[in-house]
Design a protein around this ligand. Structure first.
Ligand code: NIG
Ligand code: FE
Length: 432
């Protein structure tokens, strides 16, 4: 039987329409397409129509009585948010390192002494598949409560094939079990294992010859990412790893110029990466090359906030024509948050982005950064009905009030999962 849903009479429906073919750049990042007194008509989990409430009532007059009715009066409706860069699957937390940093130690000092990524790698190796699954599922529910309906998830806390595979398999199982869509990235090259730090090239060889072929054969990831940073992987090693991934059909991404300027943005353009992430210290030349090659800049202002570092130059990137997306970078070391709405606040307040640009950056451009813009990221006929309803009267409120959660309702593929700001009583969601 056909299932219909009628989201009715929102103060504003932010459709983000018209950007599904290409990510939005420059002034097009401000075209968010607002329908006042708007409604969304959903059929079998797919968006059938988005229009003024008056028109929807006329067009579907015969079916309205049978539809699941959601009253959005006085609220706003956006596409479900998309987080295109997370380290979702990991065990444990690192609040001790946070305390050390507050006393003056740096992120890289802690990592070079065997903490940082190495600490989470130890915890993740020690965790069973079931334990990792449990911790990750809890995080996914938190994402949902903050209006997020699709996330990218990186491996990279295993650093051996066995443990990288464990992370990727947990993501794969949750993709099947949990309503949030998870798009996987292999990031075996997140760090050189601490015990092997004097022989990084041997580890790079293992990533290339041992791990990448298995990831591809088992279909465990779409993307291949590398932490290109002084003291982690050099530009040459990063290029080798990304080129090797391409041969196995994995699309390159790169953690670039996060702590120091290191030519990462340039490499992204050279290897034809879909996106370069972080970019706090990206060079002008790197930004120019990214714009020319159409590399999406995935900016993570939560990391600058939490590491108390200078923010990426979002303004320069947008004005130069780089399509920009925003993400939490959710991870236990440099950005322990799942709040994409807070990242929107940071985008405006600390990177001079406009409220319209941050909406584009967390919906359709984020979708492009993980290759799902054909099915998500905007409210348009034919797309999956991933919808967030916010209890605010206009979209400016979203990036104005900060540290608050305005999510009222979340709908994933036409199914209501969050209502009144709480998870719906559902078998899957209330399991933990
Ligand atoms: O994106 N930079 C490398 N990776 C993560 C941090 C991971 C961690 O500290 O656990 C990042 O910032
Ligand atoms: Fe990251």
């Amino acid at each position: 039987m056909t299932q219909t849903m009628y989201i009715s009479n929102a103060a504003e429906v932010i459709t983000m329409s018209g950007h599904s073919e290409q990510p939005a750049t420059k002034e097009r990042m401000s075209d968010i397409h607002v329908i006042k007194n708007g409604s969304v008509w959903i059929k079998d989990g797919i968006i059938e129509d988005v229009d003024t409430d008056e028109n929807i009532r006329k067009k579907y007059a015969d079916d309205i009585r049978m539809a699941e009715y959601i009253d959005a009066t006085g609220k706003i409706v956006t596409p479900g948010l998309i987080d295109p860069h997370t380290h979702l699957v990991h065990a444990g937390t690192r609040e001790n390192e946070y305390a050390m940093r507050l006393k003056g130690k740096t992120y890289m000092e802690i990592m070079n002494a065997g903490g940082g990524i190495h600490a989470t790698t130890r915890a993740t190796k020690a965790a069973s598949h079931e334990e990792l699954y449990r911790q990750t599922k809890k995080r996914l529910n938190q994402f949902l409560l903050h209006g997020v309906t699709t996330v990218e998830a990186k491996s990279g806390y295993g650093l051996s094939w066995e443990d990288e595979r464990k992370q990727l398999e947990v993501a794969q199982q949750l993709q099947n079990d949990h309503p949030i869509d998870i798009v996987s990235t292999f990031m075996g090259a997140h760090a050189v294992p601490f015990e092997e730090k004097d022989n990084p090239d041997a580890f790079v060889d293992r990533v290339i010859y041992e791990m990448l072929p298995e990831v591809a054969k088992k279909n465990l990831a779409v993307f291949n990412d590398v932490f290109c940073e002084r003291g982690v992987f050099t530009p040459e090693q990063s290029k080798r790893i990304l080129e090797a991934g391409k041969e196995h059909g994995l699309i390159p991404k790169i953690h670039a110029d996060e702590i120091e300027p290191y030519g990462g943005a340039e490499i992204a353009a050279e290897v034809g990466a879909i996106s370069a992430e972080h970019l706090l210290k990206a060079s002008d030349e790197g930004i120019r090359k990214m714009a020319e090659a159409g590399v999406i800049g995935v900016l993570l202002p939560g990391t600058a906030f939490f590491l108390m570092a200078e923010y990426a130059n979002a303004r320069k990137m947008i004005d130069s024509g780089v399509p920009v997306a925003l993400s939490t970078d959710a991870n236990p070391g440099s950005s322990p948050t799942i709040s994409l709405p807070f990242i929107m606040n940071l985008g405006c307040l600390n990177m001079s982005m406009t409220p319209e640009e941050v909406l584009t950056a967390t919906t359709i451009n984020a979708a492009h950064a993980i290759k799902c813009a054909h099915e998500a990221g905007s409210l348009e006929k034919g797309k999956r009905a991933d919808v967030t309803i916010w209890d605010v009267p206009n979209y400016l409120m979203l990036s104005y009030q900060y540290g608050m959660n305005h999510v009222d309702t979340v709908i994933k593929a036409g199914r209501k999962l969050v209502e009144g700001g709480s998870l719906c009583k559902d078998e899957i969601l209330s399991q933990y």
